[in-house]
Design a protein around this ligand. Structure first.
Ligand code: GRF
Length: 190
């Protein structure tokens, strides 16, 4: 069995889609959920699926205690789903090529420091883009710069406000993230 950990800071709709997809999966299991926000929606997802969850702080990312949680739970891959803390270098090295992130734009456009959540969709809106989309990529020491694994795009309508853009992109995320995780893990372990 390949064990994965989901890291999320927010609403947790991607975490919900991933847990649903991998429930009863033959070789991939969501074994741990990590959040840095005590009131994050993802804690509810963890209890719905009976998955142990841990609330951590920035300090735990650097002092080895988060790594210890992952080691105790034999975690093979880390899946970031709206996790807002920077992943420290030591952590990236330990899980080299085994951390995936999802970003709500067509990277390299609208990526980098400060480009997350609604800031991305507002910038896309202001620039009157005709398409947007999402990117799944490996995580390295810099925000949003690891190797791209998968992208999907959506057409934007002239009337789409940032909220509608966000909705369209989130739909793509729910549709493709789990499948991409599965394909990546299976190609990696086979
Ligand atoms: C998603 O748009 C994802 O691309 C970004 O954070 C958002 C998380 O949404 N990294 P949710 O918490 O999964 O609903």
């Amino acid at each position: 069995m390949v064990n994965i950990a989901i890291f999320a800071s927010g609403g947790g709709s991607n975490a919900l889609a991933i847990c649903t997809y991998f429930e009863n999966h033959p070789n991939i299991k969501v074994s741990v959920i990590i959040t840095n926000k005590p009131n994050a929606g993802v804690i509810g997802v963890a209890s719905k699926f009976n998955i142990p969850s841990y609330i951590i702080g920035k300090k735990n990312m650097e002092d080895g205690s988060l790594i210890a949680i992952l080691e105790n739970n034999k975690i093979d891959f880390v899946i970031l789903a709206g996790f807002l803390l920077l992943i420290p270098t030591m952590f990236v090295r330990q899980f080299e090529n085994r951390i995936l992130n999802i970003h709500p734009s067509l990277l390299p456009a609208y990526g980098g420091y400060g480009m997350y959540g609604h800031f991305v969709h507002e910038a896309v809106y202001k620039n009157k883009e005709k398409i947007s989309g999402m990117t799944i990529h490996l995580v390295n020491e810099k925000y949003d710069e690891g190797r791209i694994i998968f992208q999907a795009e959506c057409a934007l309508d002239v009337h789409d406000k940032p909220e509608q853009i966000a909705e369209k992109v989130l739909k793509l995320e729910h549709k493709y993230y789990s499948q991409t995780i599965e394909n990546y893990i299976n190609s990696f372990v086979s």
